[in-house]
Design a protein around this ligand. Structure first.
Ligand code: SF4
Length: 282
């Protein structure tokens, strides 16, 4: 039987006005990257994106907001967007990704149809102060714990290629394993001239080894290759599935363009993979 691959799409519903200083992120106002910035994407646009994502076989749809975490206004907006998407495209599994959150806020999201919450550890506890000074790694870990307390499914992963050591990579994957997430989004740093990190592309073989290592450490979780797939693997991205990935993000990312999802679907079929019909498919 062929392996099933899960497709997920993301919508940046509130973009680019973040006061945090994450050194990998063009949405921090600190670095002045030339990206689209807006507070609230119109709900009709979000619903339209969700419809298109489902037409392109996505089973998950992630509502992402820039900023350190949920405040009352953002929470209301995410709930409104979730209600509208759930009503229009009920087949999509909804994910929210809105930064730091407490259990009460997460339960409210759940009441509005959010089933999963994505909050990445980004890197190891030791290395985190090198990539962000405005909040702590511990705070990130606690939000992940809150997701579980709120009875939501947890997605947590990180970014490779930000100058971290092999030990940091290993340590991050073990911290993720402690949280036992349903899915682990792995991102490969995509350099931007306005960001302070080194402009370096990770060699493909190194990136494939990291996917293999994640699979070994995180046996039961779904391994998703998210940002940086096109940049790091080019047209050889079929190799990520041989290395153990079983999910990808399709379409555009938060501030960078992705590929036409039809190309990804053709690539998967050409390499003998099936596309999962829903989030809980096995
Ligand atoms: S908190 Fe999120 S949106 Fe803000 S700079 Fe960090 S990664 Fe970017």
């Amino acid at each position: 039987m062929s392996r099933k691959i899960f497709l997920c799409a993301i919508s940046n519903i509130s973009s680019g006005h973040c006061l945090e200083d994450c050194r990998f992120c063009t949405q921090s106002v600190k670095y002045g990257a030339d990206i689209e910035r807006y507070y609230h994407k119109p709900v009709e646009t979000i619903v339209e994106e969700a419809r298109r994502a489902r037409e392109c076989k996505a089973v998950g749809f992630c509502l992402v907001t820039a900023g350190k975490g949920l405040d009352d206004k953002t929470l209301r907006f995410v709930c409104k967007a979730a209600d509208a998407v759930k009503k229009a495209v009920p087949e999509l599994g909804l994910i929210a990704c809105n930064g730091t959150a407490n259990v009460e806020q997460l339960r409210i999201l759940k009441d509005h149809g959010i089933e999963n919450y994505n909050h990445n550890l980004e890197t190891s506890e030791r290395y985190y102060p090198n990539i962000c000074t405005t909040h702590t790694w511990q705070e990130r870990f606690e939000t992940c714990e809150n997701v579980k307390k709120a009875d939501l499914m947890l997605l947590t992963g990180g970014i490779f290629g930000m100058g971290e050591s092999d030990e940091d990579r290993f340590s991050m994957l073990h911290s993720i394993a402690e949280l036992d997430p349903i899915s682990v989004p792995l991102n490969f740093y995509h350099p931007h001239p306005m960001l302070p990190l080194e402009n370096r592309k990770m060699p493909m073989e190194e990136a494939l080894d990291l996917i293999r290592m994640a699979g070994k450490i995180l046996g039961e979780s779904r391994i998703m290759v998210a940002g940086g797939r096109e940049f790091t693997f080019g047209d050889e991205d079929y190799r990520i599935f041989e290395a153990g990935a079983d999910a990808i993000v399709i379409g555009d990312y938060l501030t960078t363009k992705g590929r036409d999802p039809r190309r990804d679907i053709s690539m998967l079929i050409a390499h003998g993979y099936e596309i999962a019909e829903n989030c809980h498919d096995r």
